[in-house]
Unconditional design. Structure first.
Length: 163
């Protein structure tokens, strides 16, 4: 037997964990200039987008991985998740709440009603799952130990041939 009420409670709990974590991350990123310095694509990177796509499709990471720097695909993906997907997930989730609709009826207009918000919420969730799957796959394919070390400590080791 399904217990939908308990599922909704857990969904709401983890939604608030997601929101609080996102606000802390965004605040830290703005305060320490992580967004502008590390995540927003730089002008000089746009010219390399074709090569970066080709290198990723052929799984050749030697040319696209700069120590301590994100390439153009990584930057566009991270900014897309932070600026588009996360707010869309939160706002569409709020739109499905009758209590929030009473306080902010304009949300229904923005998303075209509760059912449209539900559909968008579902699609956004699928895109989050896709992002996580591709992200984990790329970490595994491009060097698990080195990537994990750089995520935990901030240190990225270059091989002798890359120095």
């Amino acid at each position: 037997m399904q217990d939908l009420a308990t599922g909704r409670v857990w969904h709401l709990f983890f939604a608030w964990v997601f929101v609080v974590n996102g606000v802390i991350y965004l605040g830290y990123s703005i305060l320490h200039r992580h967004l502008s310095r590390d995540l927003f694509p730089r002008r000089d990177q746009w010219g390399h987008i074709g090569r970066t796509v080709r290198d990723h499709l052929t799984l050749d990471f030697r040319k696209t991985v700069d120590a301590g720097d994100y390439n153009i695909l990584q930057r566009m993906t991270y900014v897309g998740v932070i600026v588009l997907l996360a707010p869309a997930a939160v706002l569409t989730g709020l739109t499905m709440s009758p209590a929030v609709d009473a306080a902010m009826p304009w949300l229904l207009d923005v998303f075209g009603g509760r059912q449209s918000a539900r559909t968008i919420h579902f699609v956004v969730t699928g895109l989050f799952v896709l992002f996580v799957c591709v992200h984990v796959t790329m970490v595994l394919l491009s060097g698990f130990l080195n990537n994990m070390r750089s995520m935990i400590t901030g240190w990225y080791r270059l091989s002798r041939s890359e120095k």
